[in-house]
Design a protein around this ligand. Structure first.
Ligand code: GRF
Length: 217
């Protein structure tokens, strides 16, 4: 089976991007990272991608002002130019419109630093600590127009320990992110993930949403 051509979209340091690049170095991995695309030319991850010999592109959202269609049109053209089949958002800090997301339905993934559906949005580690949660973690999910709400492909949990600071917890979760993103992309690239009634089935077995049990008040 030919390897799927993947674009990783970043805005920052790109450690999840690096984890995907690392996984894809194995020739038996079912996807290749064909492109790293950033909306910021100063994203640190671009240098990491260049050093790894991966094609990079920058589409700066600021060039488009309030013209979101223009920005997304440029994103789409760049993805098409590189014959991309799957898109992985990895710390990509722009919300995408329903039109763009719809075009990539079932082929666009995101990683979120919490056990969804708990703690959607920003500052997840701080909020988990403030809520007194005992478990926390990360989620890879398909992207849908509503933020952090798509079908869950894979999750990884960590314990929250006494004395944890936001930074310590973030580092513990990040290690999990770097494990589950390559795993989730592998499952999708191998065609083993199906969405039924808003939930993912992997090899026909429904993925449980671990975060449903996390207090997130
Ligand atoms: C990660 O915590 C990811 O879950 C979130 O943004 C952060 C990006 O980090 N969406 P990196 O750029 O992958 O290091």
């Amino acid at each position: 089976m030919s390897r799927k051509r993947v674009a990783v979209l970043i805005s920052g340091r790109g450690s999840n991007m690096a984890a995907l690049i690392e996984a894809a170095k194995d020739s038996s991995y079912p996807a290749e990272i064909a492109l790293v695309l950033s909306n910021r030319e100063d994203a640190g991850g671009l240098l990491v991608a260049i050093a790894a010999g991966i094609a990079t592109e920058v589409v700066e959202h600021t060039q488009f002002g309030t013209d979101r269609a223009g920005f997304e049109g440029a994103l789409q053209a760049t993805l098409e130019k590189h014959h991309i089949e799957i898109v992985c958002l990895a710390g990509f800090m722009r919300l995408l419109t329903a039109e763009f997301v719809g075009r990539w339905q079932g082929r666009i993934l995101n990683i979120h630093p919490a056990l969804l559906p708990a703690f959607k949005g920003l500052d997840t580690h701080k909020r988990a600590l403030e809520a007194g949660a005992k478990v926390h973690g990360a989620t890879v999910h398909f992207v849908v127009p509503e933020m952090d709400s798509g079908p869950i492909i894979a999750q990884g949990a960590v314990s929250i320990l006494a004395g944890d600071t936001e930074e310590v917890l973030a580092a513990r979760v990040l290690k999990v992110e770097h494990r589950i993103y390559p795993l989730a992309l592998k499952l999708v690239a191998e065609g083993r993930v199906r969405v039924e009634n808003g939930h993912c089935l992997v090899d026909g077995v429904r993925v449980p949403d671990a975060g449903a049990a996390v207090p997130s008040a």
